[in-house]
Design a protein around this ligand. Structure first.
Ligand SMILES: NC(=O)c1ccc[n+]([C@@H]2O[C@H](COP(=O)([O-])OP(=O)(O)OC[C@H]3O[C@@H](n4cnc5c(N)ncnc54)[C@H](OP(=O)(O)O)[C@@H]3O)[C@@H](O)[C@H]2O)c1
Length: 404
């Protein structure tokens, strides 16, 4: 296997294509396709070695099948939007090609994280003898793999997981989102949710917060939100009693979000404007800066990891596994800010795992179901080094004090 087709030449897809083009020993053939050919041309110019490009509307299954038949890839990496997951999975099934993505399917009219649409493809993929790897970005993706690694190498049993995601960077804009604005705002405006003692507990959006002390960044206010990897980790981490996901938002971000929400600009249902239906969230996306335009001048770091608590040899242990990424370094290497970089690099390593035979299977898989060690051995070399720190409850006193 050495031939990859990437769909989606946005902020994260640009990083994926560039990184594949830096690893020609593994990726002999690279083809990038997107809705607009101009997006592909801009990415191709940044690549260190030549790649092929095409225009495709991935909502159109037959168009994607035609492209797959022309390119004959071993794997299709979907770096477009969650709306395209199912049409691209259908196209891969029809053409008999492996599939990978970084975010679960969302219908346009329902902002909801759930694998309920993609997991049912398992039998169809299994019968076709092909593999779909879901959620291979950073979170989901690297975060799931940190948990799988902890389950295999650090602890005998994992009792609780806290995924902690901090962007302590500054892009200098009054308001911008670090990945696709529509998808980002749909994520943070939905109800929060966490899993405890066998059941899901729902909360109003952004109503639980605490201070978390992030490596190389320090204490930052973090909000409990629901994130899709919780659903698969609950299923795949044995004996888990609780899982929560925390993300930092600046006061400025929350202030803008409050106003946009209160005036209805984050609505995803159509409203009539001068006789035409307009979806406020889609219109808002057009006004906000594209995530791919944020890299220049972006300073600061992302610090993302998993706090896993459990037992080893009968003793209570807590570990933090994490990565820190510098926006300026990412921009220098790929022209992207660190959120696009941390999303775009893991699928390249996931593709390497498949091409080298470390990740094999027939059906639909979340990344924590696949061997973590070869992935962890490679990801640092590709730009996302990781660290393990044993921590004491007192080191994250605020986090453990939160009543949930
Ligand atoms: N797992 C993680 O850690 C993680 C983190 C952040 C984001 N993500 C996922 O990554 C996605 C991409 O994020 P981003 O920041 O790269 O967003 P982005 O810059 O908006 O890129 C999305 C790209 O998708 C392409 N696209 C949209 N509709 C398409 C269609 N019908 N056919 C073909 N291409 C289409 C667009 O292409 P054109 O430019 O050609 O119009 C656009 O460039 C997010 O929406 C999110 O789901 C995952």
């Amino acid at each position: 296997m050495d031939n990859v087709l990437i769909i989606g030449a946005g902020a994260a897809g640009s990083v994926t294509a560039q990184k594949c083009a830096m690893n020609r020993d593994v990726f002999k053939k690279i083809h990038l396709a997107s809705r607009r050919i101009a997006s592909c041309e801009a990415v191709a110019k940044r690549c260190k070695t030549p790649i092929d490009i095409s225009q495709v509307d991935a909502d159109d299954v037959s168009a994607t099948v035609k492209l797959i038949k022309k390119v004959k890839p071993d794997l299709l990496i979907n770096m477009a939007l969650p709306y395209q997951d199912l049409p691209i999975m259908d196209a891969c099934l029809e053409a008999g090609v492996h599939y990978m993505d970084t975010a679960n399917y969302e219908p346009r009219d329902e902002a909801k994280f759930t694998y309920k649409w993609q997991w049912p493809y398992h039998k169809k993929y299994k019968d076709a003898g092909i593999m779909a790897v879901l959620g291979c970005g950073f979170d989901p993706g690297q975060s799931n793999i940190y948990c799988a690694y902890a389950q295999e190498f650090l602890l005998d049993e994992i009792e609780t997981i806290d995924i902690i995601d901090c962007n302590a960077g500054s892009h200098g804009k009054s308001f911008a989102t670090n990945f696709n604005p529509e998808i980002n705002l749909r994520e943070v405006t939905q109800r929060g949710k966490y899993w405890k003692d066998g059941k899901w507990i729902e909360i109003d959006p952004l109503t639980i917060s605490c201070m978390i002390d992030y490596p190389e960044v320090g204490p930052v206010k973090s909000y409990l939100i629901y994130h899709e990897e919780e659903e698969s980790l609950v299923k795949h981490i044995k004996g888990l009693k609780q899982i929560r996901f925390w993300m930092t938002f600046s006061d400025n971000y929350i202030k803008h979000l409050d106003v946009l929400q209160s005036v209805g600009m984050t609505r995803i249902d159509p409203v009539m404007y001068k006789g035409n239906p307009v979806i406020p969230m889609e219109f808002l996306k057009e006004l906000l800066p594209a995530p791919s335009s944020l890299g220049k001048g972006y300073t600061g770091k992302t610090s993302i990891g998993c706090i896993v608590r459990g037992k080893k040899g009968g003793k209570n242990k807590i570990y933090l596994i994490y990565n820190v990424c510098d926006h300026t370094h990412c921009y220098k290497e790929t022209g992207a800010q660190a959120v696009s970089y941390t999303t775009g690099v893991p699928p390249v390593v996931g593709a390497m795992m498949m091409f080298k035979g470390h990740w094999q299977g027939k059906g639909v898989f979340n990344v924590e179901q696949l061997p973590s060690k070869p992935f962890m051995d490679e990801i640092g070399k590709q730009g996302l080094p990781w660290h393990v720190k044993e921590i004491k409850t007192a080191d994250q006193a605020d986090l453990f004090k939160v009543r949930t």
